[in-house]
Ligand binder design. Structure first.
Ligand code: COA
Length: 193
């Protein structure tokens, strides 16, 4: 949805007004964040390690902050996929949740999140414990999708992430289309209500 207040007002412009105002792009680094959190006994599951849902909440929080910063306003979680838990997270771990915009479409953004843990009782480098990819959609005051600035990758790693995100996007949409089509066919055959 285009904000009509962005269209120039006053005397008619002799030049044709573009139907879609151009939004300047933003570099990846402008919205990249790291959210750090110490895991406590309140975060554990029955096995005594940290509950996966606690990590997912932190991932969603970090991705939401990036999406809001990049798009300059509210953005909602549209999809979350490839949430991978690579190592258990333990009480006392200092988690660093690192998030950045990998890719932008018209109104949606893919946010990549990497979670690393510093163990309180181990020396050595922080260990990667989880990763995820989330689709956020920027919305206006009515909850309708609104345009986002294009992300401008700055490094080779950013460019690789952009290309990988494009592959995931293609697969996500193809999978969704295929499932909708299958359901339509089954409904047409009267196989389900
Ligand atoms: C996300 C939401 C705004 C999308 O609304 P919609 O009417 O389906 O919007 P559209 O079909 O126009 O899609 C908007 C964009 O999202 C993308 N999108 C929507 N669903 C998607 C999905 N499951 N996977 C990937 N992308 C998706 C579309 O491809 C489109 O991207 P583009 O504009 O960059 O090309 C709407 O579904 C919503 O409000 N969902 C609830 C969100 C929420 O409350 N999240 C918090 C969880 S409690």
């Amino acid at each position: 949805m285009i904000d009509s207040s962005a269209v120039p007002q006053g005397r008619p412009d002799p030049l044709p007004t573009p139907a879609v105002p151009v939004i300047p792009g933003k570099p990846t680094s402008a919205s990249r964040i790291t959210l750090s959190h110490i895991m406590s006994a309140h975060d554990t599951n029955l096995l005594g390690t940290v509950h996966g849902g606690v990590v997912m909440k932190l991932v969603d929080d970090a991705a939401g902050a990036v999406a809001g910063r990049h798009s300059g306003g509210p953005a909602v979680t549209g999809a979350m996929d490839e949430m991978a838990f690579l190592e258990p997270v333990r009480v006392g771990d200092l988690l660093h949740v690192k998030a950045q915009v990998n890719w932008t479409g018209k109104t949606s953004m893919e946010i990549g999140v990497r979670v690393v843990a510093e163990r309180w009782n181990e020396s050595g480098p922080a260990k990667q414990v989880a990763s995820a990819y989330l689709v956020f959609v920027a919305v206006d005051a009515d909850g309708q999708p609104r345009r986002v600035p294009q992300v401008l990758p700055e490094t080779d790693r950013d460019r690789r992430r952009w290309q990988e995100a494009q592959i995931r996007r293609t697969h996500r949409l193809a999978r969704r289309r295929a499932i909708v089509e299958l359901r339509r066919e089954r409904a047409a055959e009267g196989l389900e209500d």
